[in-house]
Ligand binder design. Sequence first.
Ligand code: SF4
Length: 302
Amino acid sequence: MSTLNILPNGPEQAPRARLPKWLKRPLPTPGMAYTDEVISDLKLETVCESAKCPNRTECWSHKTATLMILGDVCTRPCGFCSIKKGKTEALQLDEPERVAEAALRLGLKYVVITSVTRDDLDDGGAEHWAKCVEAVRDKTGAAVEVLTPDFRGNRDAIATVVNSRPDVYNHNTETVPRLYHRVRRNSDYQRTLDLLTQVKEMDPNMPTKSGLMMGLGETWEEVLEVCADLRSVGCDILTLGQYLQPTLDHLPVERFLPPEEFDEIGDEIRKLGFKLVASGPFVRSSYHAGEMAEVLGRDDLK
Ligand code: SF4
C-alpha cells in the first residue's frame, strides 16, 4: 500500500497548514553547497533530503548530514514520511566505503546513519549496517549513531548491528500507540520497546535513544506514558520535535506546538530520568550533536 492513499486527492484535499512564525529557517551559507557537492559526488542518499527535513539549510551549512543507506526506497507505508515506497534495489556493496569517505570529507566527528526499512531482505540489511558503522569508524575515528528500523524484531539482525559497536543506538518510536495505525502502519509499538530492551540486554553500556513527533493528535498524557515506557526499557536519550507535513499526500499537522510548550513538556519528561531530553519545534534525531557528546562523555566530539 502506498502513502499516496492517506488523503483524498483533488479538490477535497486538505489544505496545508500555514507555518507559524517560530518555524522560519535560516538562509543557506557556502558550507551548504560543499555538503551538497560531497553527497552528490559520492552518490549517497540522505534523510535530510528524502524526508524533506526543515533543518537541512542549517545542518548542511554546518557540513552535517544524516546519511541514509540501503537505497532510497522503503518497504513500509508510514503516513508521515516522504521517502519513496515501492520496488527496492540491490544493495550497493561499495556503500560502506562511500559513507566513510563522506564522513571524512565533511570532517564529521559524530556521524548519524539511518536507513530505509528493508523488509524484503532476510536480515533487514543488518550486515550492511554493520559494515557501514565499521567503515566510518576505521576511516575517520568518528563516533557513530545508528538510527535503525525495527528489523521486524529479528534478534540476530539487531545483534549484528550492536556487535558493530555504534556509540549510540537510536530507534524512533515516532508517535503514541493509539496513532500507530495511521502514522506508522505495519509497525508495532511493543516491537519498538522490545528492540530497545534487546539492545540493552546485548550491551548494557550502549546508550539508547528514541524520538517522538508532536502535532499528530497525541495528548500530553499519552506522550508521557510513552516516555515512561521508554525509561522502563532503559532508554537514555529522547528527542521530541514538531511534525511537519512533507507533502499534501501525507498526514496533516493537527497542531503546531509553540516553543514554550516544548520546553514545558521537555521539563516533565526530564523528571522521568533520561540522561538527555532535547525538546523543541526543530528537534530531530540528528540535531544537537554537541549534546550527544555530553552524554557520551566524549569532549573530543564537541
Ligand atoms: S536534523 Fe538531521 S535529518 Fe534534518 S537536516 Fe539535520 S542532519 Fe539532516
